[in-house]
Every structure is written in C-alpha cells, then in structure tokens.
Write a protein that binds this ligand. Sequence first.
Ligand code: SF4
Ligand code: SF4
Length: 141
Amino acid sequence: MPAHALEGLRFQCQPGCTNCCDVQGFVYLTETDLEQAAAFTGMTKAAFENRYVYRTKNFLRLRKPRHSQCHFLTEAGCSIHPAKPTQCRLFPFWPELVENRREWSKTAGHCPGIGKGELIQIGAAMEEAEGMRRAYPAMYS
Ligand code: SF4
Ligand code: SF4
C-alpha cells in the first residue's frame, strides 16, 4: 500500500499555469490520442502523425520543437487542450507520483496545483492513475 494511501491527496490545477508542459521529457500518445488530436486540428491522422509524432515499435510520442518542450504550448496555454494526450490530461495522477509520497511532494516543486483544493480520496486518485497504466501498457509493464 502506498505510504500516503490513508491520507488522500489535494490537487487543483491553477489557472494560467503551464509549468507541466515545460518540464523536460516526452509526451506519449495512445492511438486514440492521435486520432483525437488530429481531428481537433482538422488534419488527417496521417498528416498529423507525419508532422507532429514520432513512432517507434512500442510508443508514439510528440516530436519536440527546437526551443520548447511542445509544439502545442502557446502563451494562452495548450492549443489542443480539449484533445490533449492522456498523460497531459491525467497529470499529476500518474502511478509513479500517486503511489510515492516523496515523488508527489517533489512534483509540487513545479506543480503549484499540488496541495491545493479539495481532498481527493486516494481510491479516486489511484483509479485515475490506472488510466495511465491502461493507456501506456508498454511503459508500465
Ligand atoms: S499537448 Fe498540451 S498539455 Fe500536453 S505538453 Fe503539449 S501543450 Fe502541454
Ligand atoms: S503544473 Fe500543475 S497547476 Fe500547473 S498546469 Fe500543470 S497540472 Fe496545472
């Protein structure tokens, strides 16, 4: 059982913040994420993939632009917000954070939403985190 399993977690995304989009790392997509992002941008799936996605045997991830972490990050926030990839939508409810008190606290260093808002029952937080395992099985196997 995770160390903070009995406490629940507080999180409320803060308006105007885009810190998690600036963290060094890759944004992985599911096939459904790819379809939804392509549809949202009015592109075909093939055209969107060709322009924005890097595909390997097990993973799909967004290509990175030269000077930022993500093509879709604008001053106004995520330009594909309604169709953003699963890992963006579920952050910070990722298994490696929800199940590890130290990592959760460390993440609060760049996510000002952690520790704010209503108390979220740990069961609900872990169910959210399961969404990550379902979306990216190769990453969590
Ligand atoms: S897709 Fe949107 S939410 Fe995800 S990292 Fe890029 S700008 Fe941020
Ligand atoms: S860093 Fe946290 S508060 Fe800021 S946009 Fe991301 S999830 Fe929301």
